[in-house]
Write a protein that binds this ligand. Structure first.
Ligand code: PMP
Length: 429
């Protein structure tokens, strides 16, 4: 495929935008090469500035569960825009989307809208601290909760020591309140809780991880965390920014039957517009301003266009629950197909999948946490795999540390074509 115009646009972008992108992972740094500039998209396909058509497995990093430019979502936004784009006052639609979310998600009474997943997680942690009066938090190596300071803590620190910042600009003072644990390792969490008795406000995690590849929780992990929290008064925060309204209508809480105390949303809840949200039971949410002392606000929070897109998206999902089964089946089909052709090619690999999230790892050992994900990425095969697929019209995330997102817009023909290309690329690895 030719990427001449993308390349020119990237050169121009780099002169006026840091690294040429407004979010780092878009720059293809991990896999090498230059990013593809997209001109438009429809359904399962992206069309780039050079006229190439790509089958999309990123779907804007998760929001577009029904594919690009989905008509009911698009119509809702267009109609709303005609009435004005922002008022900075309450609107009826905010209540309607909140009612729908509370109906779909188990174990929540109230929900507050923000503008991104980062804001959702940042605010959830502040609320947890305000509610419990404790300052420390536990996060897991390899889990991503947005770019707010408390979460940018280096993986690989000794589990019993305080975190150290892995981005300049995060102070030691902030970092020392973030304790790092190993994903899928309950014993490690127990040790941290024991060593920091009565100091921990919350344990935050992706209940299905998608930011170190797709890594499902091992059996008993979430249940074990729930038990630890129940015994100690620590709040359990599920970051369902990727998994909310995707792993089931009610997210991982519903799919795996474990309740969280605070749940964070993003991506699907905004239907492709900038939305995040966090939710909990009344006793916790009532601590939030203006009813309670924990401050949190936003000029464009609950913005009419974003709410129109989100409401249309959630309504589609709520009224067509069979979509969840359908995308899971498509993902399973893709899994089986890739399994076959990768085996035939004789490469060492493992595929992780749960619901409509899936990732391919190259290496002999299973990928169950950040360390094993890093080891598989270090084989270097992923980068070749990525570029091989891109050259043949298949667009997966440009990093081994990302999940693929399956959309309902993908047809079985698209999946067959993908499996065929995976097979061809695998022969070259
Ligand atoms: N949490 C998770 C699990 C995420 O995957 C992301 C973004 N990929 C975020 C939080 C941050 O969301 P945003 O990029 O909208 O700030």
């Amino acid at each position: 495929m030719i990427y001449k115009r993308s390349s020119q646009l990237f050169s121009e972008a780099k002169k006026v935008i840091p690294g040429g992108v407004n979010s780092p992972v878009r720059a293809f740094k991990a896999v090498g090469g230059e990013p593809v500039f997209i001109e438009r998209a429809k359904g399962a396909y992206l069309y780039d500035e050079d006229g190439n058509k790509l089958i999309d497995y990123i779907n804007s990093w998760g929001p577009l569960i029904l594919g690009h430019a989905h008509k009911p979502v698009l119509d809702a936004v267009i109609e709303k825009a005609k009435k004005g784009t922002s008022f900075g006052t309450p609107t009826e639609l905010e209540t309607k989307i909140a009612e729908l979310a509370v109906k779909m998600v188990p174990n929540i009474d109230k929900i507050r809208m923000v503008n991104s997943g980062t804001e959702a997680c940042m605010s959830a942690v502040r609320l947890a601290r305000g509610f419990t009066g404790k300052e420390k938090i536990i996060k897991f190596a390899g889990c991503y909760h947005g770019h707010s300071d408390s979460f940018l803590i280096q993986a690989g620190s000794g589990a019993m020591t305080f975190g150290t910042p892995n981005s300049p600009g995060v102070t030691q003072g902030t970092a020392k309140d973030t304790l790092l644990a190993k994903y899928n390792d309950l014993e490690n969490v127990k040790e941290l809780v024991e060593a920091n008795k009565d100091e921990i406000a919350c344990i935050i995690l992706e209940p299905v991880a998608g930011n170190m590849g797709c890594i499902p929780p091992v059996k008993g992990f979430l249940e074990g965390l729930r038990k630890i929290c129940d015994e100690t008064g620590i709040l359990l925060v599920f970051d369902e920014v990727m998994t909310g309204f995707r792993q089931a209508a009610g997210g991982v809480q519903e799919r795996l039957g474990v309740n969280a105390d605070i749940v964070c949303f993003g991506k699907v809840i905004g239907g492709g517009l900038p939305v995040g949200a966090f939710a909990a039971r009344n006793e916790i949410m009532n601590h939030l301003a203006p009813d309670g002392p924990v401050y949190q606000a936003g000029t464009l929070s609950g913005n009419p266009l974003a709410m129109a897109a989100g409401f249309a998206m959630l309504t589609e999902l709520h009224d067509n629950l069979e979509i969840f089964e359908s995308i899971d089946k498509k993902t399973e089909y893709l899994h089986k197909g890739m399994d076959k052709v990768l085996n035939e090619a004789g490469v060492s690999f493992s595929i992780n999948r749960i619901g409509s999230m899936i990732s391919v790892h190259f290496g002999k050992e299973p990928v169950t946490d950040f360390q094993s994900s890093v080891r598989s990425a270090s084989t270097g095969k992923f980068n070749k795999f990525f570029h091989g697929l891109l050259e043949n019209g298949i667009y997966i995330a440009p990093s081994a540390f990302e999940t693929w997102f399956i959309s309902e817009a993908l047809s079985y023909d698209d999946l067959d074509k993908t499996i065929e290309e995976v097979g061809k690329v695998a022969e070259t690895l």
